[in-house]
Design a protein around this ligand. Sequence first.
Ligand code: GLC
Length: 420
Amino acid sequence: MDDLSRRALALLRANRRAGRSARLGRDYAYTSPSPGMYAPQFFWDSCFHAIALAGLEPEWAKRELRTLVSVQRPDGFLPHVIFWTWDWWPPLYWAYTQSAPALRPRMTGMIQPPVLAYAAQRVVEHTGDRAFGAQMLPALRRYHDWLRRERDPDDDGLLSVVSPFETGMDWLPPFDLALGLPPEANDARRWLAYRSLDVRHMLARYRSGAMLARFDVEDVAFNSIWHEAQLSLATLARALGDGGAARRETDGASRTRDAIVARCWDDEAGAFFSLAGRDERKLRARTIAGLLPLLLAGLDARYVDAIVRQIDDPHAFGTPFPLPSVAVGEPSFRRGESSFIWRGPAWLNTNWFVARGLMKHGRERQARRIARSTVALVERSGFREYYDPFDGRGMGARGFGWSTLAVDLLPWAVDGRDDR
Ligand code: GLC
């Protein structure tokens, strides 16, 4: 095993939590994103951990995903945070502003980007374990059906999020626009606008209709991930002989892709944007979310070119350590530590999405460049939560689980010409 993989595995083991939860009445085994800061199980973090573990310690990748789906509600819902054990700090705000009111909530009432089917498919691919695939399939089908039923109110193939925190890219500037905050709004006002929305959802007991009436964003990153998830589930279903599910998911993936291209693309700006409200107002701020349509299978080359131009542009995403979460030319871009964590720093998971997307479309040179700089970030600064896109300094939580995704990019970082 190479050194990076060894260090990644050591971190994932150190963050591991397993046992029996008295609160939920069942066994659990998951990787905490960063025990000091994010102790509970987080939905998309767990999927990323499983992807990294698939090649390192596949039995634990399976346990991580099994634990995640073990709390699925009969209607198919899967939460974004699960409190297997109880630590008063830090889960306080997920427990008391993002979960149904209870003295000791067990899970939140919100979701995170649907990376689960892709993660399950990767684990099956690595292990060839059809029994594991067959075990995941019903949960995945129910989960995708829940998303379509509850979160696509206008039935256009694009899912809606009801809170910025559901995108996993909390505080990304387009949400300011969706919340009606003026550009000069100060941090306190911003904090209050984001948090009070979640409190109102809590009081509405997370009923989709009530939440969507307050906040309805068709997020371009969330939906690009959704497109890929449907294709992954189709592949899994086909391999397991479930032709009906395979067809449904393939059709769904095409609808999602076509809707992203038709509705989120802005010809004038030459960029993809998220949409707000029933009238699908474009949220015109250039962020990492607008690069994720690279995940769309069969995306026309003109859109790929437009995204690559932004990636190469030093005034957008072409920083010395790409990719900043907000284009550096945007007035909302921030450098350095801040509580508003998705307003500038580079994150490993988004680098991983973009590098894979570039590879999908044969943009090998750019994909390798991002893979190399991702590995360089970890080598230089360790597995941190996020990094300064100019000097590669590590920031936020330490020993951060999903930054081990760098191991998945390693083959692209070491092979081939060095054309940086
Ligand atoms: C932060 C991130 C979110 C992640 C969580 C746990 O809140 O914005 O995406 O799931 O931390 O790592």
